[in-house]
Design a protein around this ligand. Structure first.
Ligand code: FMN
Length: 323
């Protein structure tokens, strides 16, 4: 049996959050499937207009009575507008990626919506708790997308646990199966956030080529890129990443001014959209470090069933192990 996770009013059956994935990788369809299977689903607001995000939230509400949150990257120009729109729609919680501001906790208080934050160090976890975070997600270097650290989640987690006083600590990065969950909860996390495993699901709305790229990935296909956001990003090697490696740049044909600050090395919105729409050679395919361990596209329910069974197995093995 999984231990009970509680974040603010939320008591999910499984202590599993599905990580937000920008530019329509995690939409209402995936988030609601996760919520219906007993986890916590997250719609990514990054790359959507306010109207598109509100439509996704409404769609998710039609598909599930479970817990649904919204993730927005702090680096995007529309951060405040998207967060406030999600709060007005009374989502169960909001969560910021790659940074946070004092304001967002005040907005959450005003709207009665819990605010979570993704952190990569004990220092930031402490600040987030002090500002009013309902929980923190500690993300290690194993995660997909933008990274705030080059250290493993298993190194940073104990440091975060030693400074956070009252709120739940969720761990993220490289958690692929129920054995990983058992290890991470055994280290003291109250829950896990997983993203890469949920991309290879029938409900994820990324193009089938995107999912096939995951299934075909080998260990050394996973690389770090230099994102225009100003952070490293974990992705799969392809023509696109080769073209931007080192001093390589891609001229920007049309700028939507999506970021508060952009290095202009390439257009991240265009690169992510291309990949999600199926051009996985000329677009940017974000992925976690352990994608090579995923070999099947399954329904979210099947994924959750396997995670639960593997977790039980790990618990049983731990009980049998000699002291
Ligand atoms: C395709 C993809 C897109 C992502 N986009 C975002 C995002 O928009 N915001 C965010 O906070 N994290 C983003 N992440 C990070 C995940 O939400 C999650 O924390 C991390 O990938 C967990 O590691 P795992 O993928 O190994 O399970 C993304 C990850 C992937 C794989």
């Amino acid at each position: 049996m999984f231990p009970q996770l509680q974040i603010a009013h939320m008591k999910p059956k499984l202590p599993i959050l599905q990580g937000g994935m920008a530019v329509r990788v995690s939409t209402a369809k995936l988030a609601s499937a996760v919520a219906n299977a007993g986890g916590i689903g997250i719609i990514a607001g990054t790359g959507l207009t306010v109207k598109e995000l509100v439509d996704e939230i409404k769609k998710a509400r039609d598909l599930t009575a479970g817990y649904i949150g919204v993730n927005v990257l702090f680096a995007v120009e529309q951060f405040a507008k998207l967060m406030l729109a999600a709060m007005k729609e009374k989502v169960d919680f909001v969560i910021s990626g790659a940074g946070f501001s004092r304001d967002m906790f005040a907005w959450g208080k005003d709207h009665g919506v819990p605010v979570l934050s993704i952190v990569s160090s004990a220092r930031l976890a402490k600040v987030a708790e002090k500002l009013g975070a309902a929980a923190v997600v500690v993300e290690g270097k194993e995660a997909g997308g933008h990274l705030g650290t080059d250290r493993s989640v298993h190194e940073v987690l104990p440091e975060v646990l030693s400074v956070v006083e009252k709120i739940p600590v969720i761990a993220a990065g490289g958690i692929v199966d129920g054995f990983d969950i058992a290890r991470t909860l055994g280290e003291g996390a109250q829950g896990v956030q997983m993203a890469t495993r949920f991309v290879a699901s029938t409900e994820c709305e990324a193009h089938p080529n995107f999912k096939e790229k995951y299934l075909a990935a080998e260990e050394d296909d996973v690389i770090l890129i230099d994102s225009p956001v100003g952070l490293p990003g974990r992705a799969l090697r392809n023509n696109f990443t080769d073209s931007i490696s080192g001093e390589g740049r891609k001229p920007i044909a049309h700028c939507e001014r999506c970021l508060k600050q952009c290095s202009t090395k390439f257009c991240i919105l265009d690169a992510l959209r291309r990949a999600v729409n199926g051009d996985v050679e000329n677009g940017l395919v974000f992925s976690g470090e352990f994608v090579h361990r995923i070999k099947e596209i399954l329904s979210v329910q099947e994924i959750m069933d396997r995670l639960s069974a593997q977790f039980e197995q790990a618990q049983a093995l731990a009980c049998q192990a000699p002291a």
